[in-house]
Design a protein around this ligand. Structure first.
Ligand SMILES: [Ca+2]
Ligand SMILES: [Ca+2]
Ligand SMILES: [Ca+2]
Length: 484
């Protein structure tokens, strides 16, 4: 029931997508209005505020002169939901806060300087994710593993901070070059945020030595693109070339996204995000780490750089529901850890061309693990309709991958690893090298067990008669092979 070919068809049930058993705050009428307006494109009652300048100026009033910061301020102090229209253009943050400890950039929370502080209820609508870009400060080029000295005197800011009880919708725009010293390069969400058709591109977290060491214990730098403490729902979102780096005692995770709250993702691409590590560190740098509840469908992980310790693209320490999703070569999945046996992962129609490590609860249906399974001693693992290499340690209802003389399907070619996200100019250039999604191995065609979803990762209809025997059954994995 939670699967759907496009974002539109899920609109009516957007708040029903949270996994059962997960605590949800009461849904406010604003939240419903926000969701409805975002997903249906419904007209809002009030006249939209029209931003009239790309300059980051501030008088707090949105009249014939209206900066984005002015419009946000007016929405912050106006009861009800405000619609802000943002024409095509580059909106660069240029109001710095004073430098503070260690000469590093500080942050204020009154929407006067640095990031945009959301305290009201608003939808900010651009003209397209390639043409309306909200951009962080201009700062000097930073080397890999930038030292504190490299960060001193640089005006740095993330782009948006959504405060508790605030509501933000972002539609048809790009979030680019945000920069945080601790968490959420583009967005830190403590309220309710919905994203639709948003590109989250080249945002950064760099946690310098003094911040990492001042507490005497490891401090995490998390969420190169986004950190979520509240409710975040994202539809058709691309996370490209975001990154996290840390120094000293600091640790890191979530080069694109770190979730402590309630997360819903539909049609998400994670590509070329990076968390390079100093070689002595003992932790990896997943692209997406979940400590809350995550309900994810139609996601691709490809060509992210994951640090030195083992190619974990997605790490789950919470409740994860994942369907119709593909992990390219070298983009692995970890559920729980030797210290965490409480995590729960439910995978349906997932294709992994990389490894799976499970130390907690994992239930798998109609999936392909082309590198098999790694289950720890205390793992709880069940599989129904899983294609895995012959002889691999995947207990349950498992089909062995074996060579066929006539290979009706194909497995996606291996993607090369990259060490650091390339500093290319636009998202289009980087995405040009993205491999097409892979159809499953022949043994996965028409092999599903039990119920299966109505659509695959691309929204194509299931089931189709991929092996041409006159019977249409669902395939294992993220993609449904068309009828011949
Ligand atoms: Ca702030
Ligand atoms: Ca601010
Ligand atoms: Ca089929």
């Amino acid at each position: 029931m939670f699967l759907c070919p496009s974002t539109q068809c899920e609109s009516g049930a957007v708040f029903a997508l949270i996994p059962r058993g997960v605590h949800m705050r009461p849904i406010s009428s604003t939240a419903l209005a926000l969701a409805g307006a975002l997903l249906h494109g419904a007209a809002l009652a009030a006249q939209p505020l029209q931003v009239t300048t790309t300059a980051d100026e501030f008088d707090g009033i949105c009249d014939s002169h209206c900066s984005l910061r002015d419009a946000i301020e007016q929405a912050n102090v106006t009861p009800g939901l405000t619609h802000i229209r943002l024409p095509a253009g580059d909106y660069r943050i240029s109001r710095p806060s004073p430098f503070g400890a260690y000469g590093l950039a500080t942050e204020e929370d009154q929407n006067q300087t640095d990031d945009y502080d959301i305290r009201g209820e608003m939808i900010i609508q651009g003209a397209g994710s390639e043409s309306t870009r909200i951009i962080g400060f201009q700062f000097d080029d930073l080397p890999s593993f930038a030292t504190t000295a490299d960060l001193v005197g640089q005006p740095l800011a993330r782009l948006f901070e959504v405060h508790p009880d605030a509501h933000l919708g972002l539609v048809d725009l790009q979030l680019m070059d945000g920069f945080s010293l601790l968490e959420g390069g583009a967005l830190a969400n403590h309220g309710e945020t919905l994203l639709k058709n948003v590109d989250i591109y080249r945002n950064r977290v760099r946690t310098p030595e003094p911040l990492g060491s001042q507490t005497g214990k490891p401090l995490w730098g998390v969420g190169g693109g986004v950190v979520n403490y509240g409710s975040l729902k994202a539809y058709n979102t691309r996370f490209v070339s975001n990154s996290v780096e840390v120094q000293g005692l600091s640790r890191l995770s979530g080069s694109a996204l770190f979730n402590y709250g309630e997360l819903v993702l539909r049609d998400a691409l994670f590509y070329s995000n990076a968390s390079p590590l100093e070689i002595w560190k003992d932790v990896g740098g997943p692209v997406l780490e979940n400590h809350g509840s995550a309900d994810i469908a139609r996601m691709r992980m490809a060509r992210n750089s994951l640090g030195v310790d083992g190619n974990i693209a997605l790490r789950n320490h919470g409740i994860l529901k994942l369907s119709n999703s593909e992990f390219a070569a070298l983009q692995g999945l970890q559920n729980g850890s030797p210290e965490d046996h409480d995590a729960e992962a439910n995978l349906i129609h997932v294709t992994l061309y990389a490894g799976v490590r499970n130390d907690a609860g994992m239930e798998v249906r109609n999936s392909v693990f082309s590198q098999g399974c790694g289950n720890g001693a205390q793992a709880r693992f069940t599989a129904s309709g899983l294609l895995a290499p012959a002889g691999s340690e995947c207990p349950g209802d498992v089909f062995p991958i074996q060579a066929r003389s006539t290979d009706a399907g194909k497995v996606a070619p291996a993607a090369p690893s990259i060490s650091v996200a390339p500093a290319q100019r636009t998202i289009q250039i980087e995405l040009a090298s993205l491999l097409p999604p892979g159809y499953p191995n022949a043994a996965a065609i028409d092999a599903a067990v039990g119920d299966c979803s109505e659509h695959d990762m691309t929204g194509a209809f299931r089931p189709q008669d991929g092996n041409g025997d006159g019977v249409a059954l669902c395939d294992l994995g993220a993609m449904e092979k068309p009828s011949p």
